[in-house]
Design a protein around this ligand. Sequence first.
Ligand SMILES: *Cc1c(COP(=O)(O)O)cnc(C)c1O
Length: 444
Amino acid sequence: MIMEKLALLGGTPVLKNYPPKELFAWPIITEEDEAAALEVIRNNKFSGTDITEKFQNEFAEWQGTEYALAFCNGTAALTASMFAIGLGMGDEIICTTKTYWASITQAANFGASAVFCNIDENMSMDPDDLERCITPKTKAIMVVHYFAYPCDMDRIMAIAKKHNLLVIEDVSHAQGGMYKGKKLGTFGDVAAMSMMSSKSFAAGELGILVTNTRKYYERAIAFAHYERNDSRYIKECEELKPYSRIALGGLKGRANQLCTAMARVQLKYYDERCAEIRKAMNYFWDLLEGLPGIRAIRVDESTGSNMAGWYCPHGLYLPEELGGLSVKRFCEAVRAEVLGGICWDGGNHCLHTHEFFKTFDLFNIGKPTRIAFADRDVREDDKELERSANLCCFSVPWFKHFEKEWIELYAKAYRKVIENYEQLLEQDSDKSQGGRWYGQSNEE
Ligand SMILES: *Cc1c(COP(=O)(O)O)cnc(C)c1O
């Protein structure tokens, strides 16, 4: 093999020109989206629910659930899902440590304790670690289909059933994805997801909750939809009937119709656009198959599972196969080969490492909220989640179109770094897992 000097060390980069903007541009906006938005603006329809109700009906049909309820964002939809299942003081709810904060942080609002579970090599919930986390206080499991990878729902649902636990799915990374022929978000008792502007289902700032259980739907309405909290919607939940017309969670959850109008248009083309993304992403990963140090995070589509819109595509990084080269230096070297700041280490930081989950006192009672109402100290010691904190991953380009030549060039950049990794072993000091809190710049 001929040694090629890496661009980071002064060699010639693989990519010398920027790709066409459309290769990565997202969401795809046409005149149809613009017309839908203008209709809202010109008629001052931001705060109504007429367009939103149409979107909810269309979304429920597409999702294959009885009910869909739109929210102003995914965080609010997830918060409402916790109220929907009756999460309360002293309850424990299990979630993976590596996810965005809004999967689980809101448990504190209910006086419940988040309990963190390890991830596996696909960066998603490790079913083998789930039972370790279960106690008599466990009420629910929050399953996150992280980086669009569908979790092992067969095993997770079997464990939930065995221990009589409720399941919420956070589908914010995997709208429309499938697990063995069944849509993500239809396994648990309730599911919620974000559709904010960087997600694969992108519609401004929006969230949605879906369920087949009337009771959960009604509770989610009562929690945050004051204008719908009345006898038109609240039919089964007797306990809610005295409390109509205000938001019981003290939160206004209504979606901005500028976003639901756009979401209606996006939904029409979503499956088709995601199919093209998957074709492009699978081709990219096929080109890197068999290289040491990296593994695709993807599923075999012949099983009926898929990677949805392949949100935030990542690969697993195995430093031991590349002489211990750190993920940080690996990514730095790939970035030097391409243009446009592609290839970052880490994904989200592990939540259990955040001070919020150790000491923060939301209720101002002189006690960390996470353990304030618990019958044990749920705060894990670093050993229990060491495995998750040591797993490394790196991002790859999120191709929106099957442009073979461009995809091949990007794959070549990754391949070049791997084939010449030895050049990087000197001056490789930071061996951490990497990652960031959302909002933190990549350079911090
Ligand atoms: C984006 C996201 C959320 C929160 O959604 P918002 O619409 O930003 O409030 C929740 N969970 C996960 C996994 C996310 O990525």
